[in-house]
Design a protein around this ligand. Structure first.
Ligand code: SF4
Length: 793
């Protein structure tokens, strides 16, 4: 039989690929098709770690004659225990994408035009090393910067080290640190945040947190939620989800409380009011381990009693006063209550305020004293690093609470602010900027400043698998590997109660002409005459191997192993027993590759409050200090101002929608497309709208009452109009959104990103007013008022 691409794939038993389009969906290299025609059809399996999101799930890939045909979960990877999410399963579509860039490309036209000419790697290296050498020679290394998306892998550290070794401090990771970290930093003055163990709580209250459809680890938390649900009759666990949209977190909760967008922090403080009034708080924890609880006029109880009595909170949040009362009493009566905030609340104008308010609920109620609930992440035994992995301008936490060392920037600015920082003279004019693993022009709520900033930089070098929305502003686009063709190491997932390192290793060699970022940086360092590491690894895989040596030497943890009782293992480990025997590093390294990663089965130890800094309750004075710090960065961006910061923070952003056709736009992420990159994978396009039954495009979720008032029914087309533009969407009438919001999925509307994503649907973020949370500087997705009109055909 003559084998065509189509029957080749069918023969391999590949499922889940969009019907009717297999041969166009996967660009299988010709030599592979030929190989199969004559090959013995031998099945093999390889293990690695998923790279579609930062959760680090272990994967097993099925290969026929060394050609990958399907991705499964690695059953011995502790984060996912054999499961994957739809994005994890769709990973081969990234590998076989027909529009992958196969050769370095140089811009032909003006910035902003997607017009390219292919060049050789030699020319590309020549151009880059000449630029870098010139800067190093002229002692202008600070004119070099690297803008890096955070996949939570060692590559981020490596790229940071690369920048530092070049003599620059301009390493800019996208989105680091998150609101969760910032909230923790404000409350505890320390970093990283504590981990929590959901199995130890008997009352889980999630303020917008949707652990089931996004980071830190949706597969882990979906499994855990399933387990907790099953054991509810025995444990009595109650799960309450508070949000304007139900989401999967609400569907899997015991109760969903509808609340006005942006008002979650006010609800938390309304509960605090009741707990304080009822004198139901954990006096022992508060007295010993907190500050600003009993400080007189400006302390926390004063803040709460002045601004957050239940009737006022009810007016702000839309939650009835008796519900505020009930939630507070249930929460404080629980033995191990746990309140979490995140998800959409992290993308509002009250993001940091909400994190802090929710943390104070935990401090008040005794959550922090509950046995085993809060865990202290143990740093990995990496050993001394050759250069600081995270430097002053990374936006990471510095030792000084206010300003990053040797910089007049607050310690927690965000990469999204870069063009504004440049305009304000807080960053030097860059001569060369590298960009990898992030598409800022797609993600930003304010494109124009980015377009202008990138247009002014003479050499913008982008590492990419597909031409994306940022590429037209690059001068050089370098084709890079997918996670299935490269080495890397996924780092421990924040908030999980144990450590794991997921090894990424090539399932297949990189397609011709494509190179991994790590190896490109190593070669560039050599050509520029800079030594990256004392060990001088020849390849990026050599760097990973070197970084694993201190882990081996520490004797801690083990390569993944087949499931046995953790209790039994714990006992054995106390007696010095190891799961595997690996006398030499070479054995350990071989086992890592065979099993797919390393973990420490011992849970993190319980948080030791005696050793930690005292918990700082939010107060008016603290909010004011933070506002002043942030004011350094506002640069004319619209932020809340006024003499009454609390009102500015808490009430002004909560925009009520009383006009009949007016809604608050509420973009949300889905498990099919957490990052926006899923749009380039047809399987995900095909299934992302399975529940609303809208395929290959977004929709607008509207409450039935509002739909009735506007004479709209399911499937009708509406025009959604904001100050920044308008889009047309089909309406889905659902009772799972509050009547004030219009829920629109994020992830569509790319201007580029290959044939399956380009110009498909609309990006709700493009409609958004560029408003920020005044305390954290993070862009708000939940503040834009839109008008809706029916489209009549
Ligand atoms: S949760 Fe993230 S890492 Fe895990 S399978 Fe899904 S996309 Fe991959």
């Amino acid at each position: 039989m003559k084998i065509t691409r189509r029957n080749f794939l069918q023969m391999l038993g590949i499922t889940g690929v969009a019907a009717g389009g297999i041969s166009q969906v996967w660009a299988i290299p010709d030599q592979w098709v030929e190989k199969l025609q004559y090959g013995p059809r031998i099945e093999t399996w390889k293990v690695s770690t998923c790279g579609q999101c930062p959760a680090g799930c272990g994967i097993r890939v099925r290969l026929i004659d060394e050609i990958p045909v399907r991705i499964f979960g690695n059953p011995i990877a502790p984060v996912n225990s054999g499961f994957t999410c739809p994005m994890g399963e769709a990973g081969l579509e990234l590998l076989y994408h027909p529009d992958r860039i196969r050769q370095p490309m140089r811009r032909k036209g003006k910035k902003g035009e997607s017009s390219w000419e292919p060049i050789s790697w030699k020319e590309a290296f020549g151009q880059m090393s000449q630029g870098l050498q010139g800067l190093v020679k002229k002692k202008q290394a600070d004119r070099f910067g690297f803008f890096f998306g955070d996949r939570n892998t060692l590559l981020t550290h490596f790229a940071g080290d690369f920048v530092t070794r070049m003599g620059s401090t301009n390493f800019f990771p996208w989105r680091a640190p998150g609101i969760n970290e910032l909230g923790f930093w404000q409350a505890f003055g320390e970093y990283p945040p504590l981990a929590f163990d959901l199995e130890k709580t008997d009352y889980l209250l999630t303020f917008g947190t949707n652990l089931l459809e996004g980071p830190p680890s949706p597969v882990y938390f979906n499994r855990l939620y399933g387990k907790l649900k099953e054991s509810r009759p025995r444990t009595g666990l109650k799960v309450v989800h508070v949000d304007a949209r139900m989401s999967q977190a609400g569907k899997n909760a015991t109760e969903w409380i509808q609340v006005r967008p942006g008002s979650l922090g006010a609800l938390a403080l309304g509960m605090a009011y009741v707990i304080l009034r009822d004198k139901n708080f954990d006096d022992d924890f508060i007295t010993r381990y907190s500050q600003d609880f009993r400080g007189g006029k400006e302390d926390f109880p004063n803040l709460v009693s002045r601004y957050y009595p239940p009737d006022k909170v009810s007016a702000i949040t839309g939650v009835p006063p008796e519900t505020v009362l009930r939630l507070a009493r249930e929460f404080s009566a629980a033995k191990a209550p746990l309140a979490l905030s995140g998800g959409v609340s992290d993308r509002s104008e009250t993001a940091l305020f909400t994190q802090w308010a929710v943390a104070s609920l935990n401090a008040l109620s005794g959550s922090f004293s509950a046995k085993g609930l809060w865990r202290e992440p143990v740093p990995l035994p990496w050993g001394p690093t050759p250069v600081p992995s995270v430097n002053a301008r990374t936006g990471a936490f510095s030792l000084k609470p206010q300003l990053a060392p040797e910089s007049d920037l607050p310690a927690h600015w965000t990469s999204e602010e870069l063009p504004h920082l440049r305009s304000a003279g807080k960053l030097p004019d860059l001569s060369m900027l590298m960009i990898a693993q992030v598409d800022p022009l797609y993600l930003t709520t304010d494109r124009k400043p980015w377009q202008e900033w990138l247009s002014r930089i003479p050499q913008v070098v982008q590492f990419a698998t597909l031409i994306d929305d940022t590429s037209p502003y690059a001068d050089l686009v370098l084709p890079t590997t997918t996670y299935l063709e490269q080495w890397d190491m996924a780092l421990p997932v924040p908030n999980l109660p144990f450590s794991q390192l997921g090894l990424q290793q090539p399932i297949v060699p990189p397609l011709n002409g494509i190179r991994p970022i790590g190896d490109v940086l190593l070669q560039l360092a050599t050509e520029t005459g800079v030594t990256l590491l004392p060990e001088k690894p020849k390849s990026y895989s050599g760097y990973i191997e070197t970084r694993m040596k201190p882990i081996f030497a520490s004797g801690k943890g083990t390569p993944y192993f087949e499931a046995v009782s953790l209790q039994f293992l714990g006992e054995m480990r106390k007696r010095g027993w190891q799961v595997y025997s690996y006398p030499a590093f070479a054995d350990f390294w071989r086992l890592l590759q065979e099993k797919g990663g390393w973990w420490d089965p011992g849970e993190y130890p319980e948080a030791e409050w005696k050793k930690r800094k005292k918990f700082a309750f939010p107060t008016v004075a603290r909010f004011e200090a933070l506002l002043k710090e942030r004011a350094l960065l506002s640069h004319g961006r619209e932020t809340q101002k006024g003499d009454t910061p609390l009102h500015a923070l808490l009430e002004a952003p909560i925009r009520k929608t009383e006009i009949a056709d007016s809604f608050l736009l509420s973009p949300f992420t889905t498990l099919m497309n957490m990052t926006g990159e899923g749009a380039s994978q047809p399987l995900l396009q095909e299934i992302s709208g399975l529940i609303p039954r809208v395929y290959w495009g977004p929709w607008a979720e509207m409450h039935p009452e509002r739909a009735k008032r506007l004479s709209l029914k399911d499937g009708d087309l509406i025009r959604v109009v904001s100050r920044r533009g308008s889009v047309t969407l089909p309406v889905k009438v659902v009772p799972t959104v509050s009547s004030e919001i219009l829920g629109v999925p994020f992830g569509y509307g790319h201007k580029e990103s290959g044939r399956y994503a380009k110009n498909i649907g609309t990006n709700p973020v493009a409609l958004i007013d560029p408003l920020v949370d005044p305390l954290s500087g993070r862009a708000s997705w939940q503040s834009t008022q839109v008008r809706v009109e029916k489209v009549t055909k």
